[in-house]
Design a protein. Sequence first.
Length: 221
Amino acid sequence: MPQPTAVRARRPPGLRLIAHDRRMGVRTLAGADEAGRGCLAGPLVAAAVAFDVDRLRGRRSAALRMLDDSKRHQPEAREQLYGAIVATAMQIAVCVIPAPSLDTRGLHRSNLDALRRVLLAIDPAPELSLTDGFELAGFPRPHRRLIGGDGRSAAIAAASIVAKVTRDRYMHRIAPEYPDFGFEQHVGYITPAHTQAVRRHGVTPLHRRSFHAIAYQLVLE
């Protein structure tokens, strides 16, 4: 008769991410990430979250046990994690870049500037700053880019949650001003409904005119 095999319990993602940051060998660590980089409308939002990793134990770590990349959570879960992050972080910084500024300076440069600004807003400076895949050339503090960082580092994952929740709240709040566009549903991302709305009603001040998007065909030509 075959013997039963033991099933190893899967470790909660947040505890795995906290363990990663603890292995970085510093006590104070900040992570930065952005939301809205690929959107057709609305701002780019960058956030930085700083943790004292030595204090992420017991109830503090338990509050973050489901922390993960914001894309892996539904809106309700992100809202709950947002509250837990606010309660456990040393500091949080947010930078909002509106669509006209993205058109003027360019998306990539604006993104790097925003990540730099939120990390420099953490004061006193953490021992180490992490970004999700982006190298910040000439950054004046100890800095490391981490490929896939929002799924590896607690600080970056927390920043991704803060950036996403902040941006979504803004898009929901402003949606009634543009009732024909459904921003409360797609929050500015490119969807068939959003494309159809642009073609039917044109663009709003929230739309990024520098994007070469199929939604703009016959609208901006």
